[in-house]
Ligand binder design. Structure first.
Ligand code: ZN
Length: 380
């Protein structure tokens, strides 16, 4: 089977809605996208495995491998997009539309556009013998829960020496990003008439102390983890929302604070959560309230050496030095599977996650050439 051209493949992928969302009513299947990729890759003689997510109907990862043996290279992308509001688009988000040498469409840049380019690069090798296997990886739910890549980590696959994640980096190799940790901090006291404080135990009083301590902790984190390679060069701790009480004349029974931390490489989610838990319990010990912490969302921070083989190869092929970005990716998970992982792909994150998302067509050829050279370097 002959592979359709790049734009035709992208048109097909953009035409299949595959939103992922933690809100069930907005969450969609990614199987249509996975099936197109499976068909094209089978046409290129890849051994294709579609891995449905257990406990999550209508979702699957795909692993497709050309060649045999250990090691090799993985080219990875996610098949889902963020939800979109069609009313804010000038074109139909599901119809790839070319205007002035860019193509508009939901997922065109983040990141359905990577797959046609990767497949086109791979097609140049399908008849040749590879020394090391080439794997195309397509994941589900990156934009919401990262359920797809988390499942791959549990399964311990795929295995390779190197992985490129084709998120939009404007063709600059990216070797680090911050992590995300969103926490719900709940303080529970007991209610009573506002006229007599001894009748209850005020959760908002304790929450006041919690917030004061978090602001001190924020300063401590900033001075410990300053990292000049990031645009925002400190870890951040944002007080996002607070819900508490129901009436001015009642002692506040429950207060919930939600915070968002952006972690520098080197900050571990498990350790941070425990530290916050311990210091807040201590801070409000005299209030007679109970404190509990739940993790709402978490993505590990990621960093790989700028002196790594793949980082150096991509820097030399692209002519761009390795850098850092502010957005999270699946890189820390692929890294945990034992691969040197670098984020490198066409398109700009500035156009992602917003109306009229587009991919600059001028990036297609350089992206394909770089991938072709990387495949040649690591697999032949
Ligand atoms: Zn993305």
């Amino acid at each position: 089977m002959k592979l359709p051209d790049t734009i035709a493949m992208l048109r097909t992928l953009v035409g299949e809605p595959s939103t992922s969302s933690i809100t069930a009513s907005r969450d969609q299947s990614n199987l249509a996208v996975i099936n197109h990729l499976a068909n094209w890759l089978e046409g290129l003689k890849f051994a294709v495995t579609v891995l449905p997510l257990p406990n999550k109907g209508g979702k699957a990862n795909l692993i497709a491998t050309l060649g045999n043996g250990e090691g090799g290279l993985v080219l990875s992308g996610h098949t889902d997009t963020v939800p979109c509001d069609e009313n804010h688009w000038d074109t139909d988000p599901y119809t790839l539309t070319e205007i002035d040498s860019v193509v508009h469409g939901l997922g065109s840049c983040d990141m359905k556009g990577f797959f046609p380019i990767a497949l086109e690069a791979a097609s140049l090798f399908h008849s040749k013998k590879l020394n090391k296997p080439l794997t195309i990886l397509a994941t589900s739910d990156e934009e919401s829960s990262m359920a797809g890549v988390r499942q791959l980590l549990r399964d311990g696959r795929p295995k390779a020496d190197f992985a490129i994640i084709g998120e939009p980096t404007g063709l600059q190799p990216i070797i680090a990003h911050k992590g995300v940790l969103a926490l719900s901090i709940v303080v529970e006291g007991s209610g009573g008439h506002a006229s007599n404080p001894s009748l209850g135990c005020n959760a908002l009083d304790a929450m006041h102390a919690v917030i004061a301590d978090l602001l001190i902790y924020r300063q401590e984190l900033a001075s410990t983890y300053t990292n000049p390679t990031f645009e925002i060069n400190i870890p951040t701790l944002n007080l996002g929302c607070l819900h508490a009480g129901d009436s001015p004349n009642r002692i506040c029974e429950t207060a919930e604070l939600q915070i968002d931390l952006r972690l520098m490489p080197g900050m571990e989610i498990e350790e941070l959560t425990t530290t916050i838990q311990h210091r807040l319990v201590e801070t409000i010990a005299s209030y007679g309230t109970r404190l509990s912490i739940t993790r709402l969302n978490e993505v590990p921070a990621y960093q790989t050496s700028d002196d790594g083989d793949l980082a150096r190869t991509l820097a030399s092929l692209s002519g761009r030095p390795p850098g850092t970005v502010a957005f999270g990716t699946e890189a820390p998970f692929l890294q945990s599977l034992g691969m040197e992982t670098v984020v490198f792909g066409p398109g700009s994150i500035d156009q992602a996650h917003q109306p009229n998302e587009y991919l600059d067509l001028n990036q297609l050829s350089p992206a394909r050439e770089t991938l072709e050279n990387v495949i040649r370097h690591y697999c032949t």
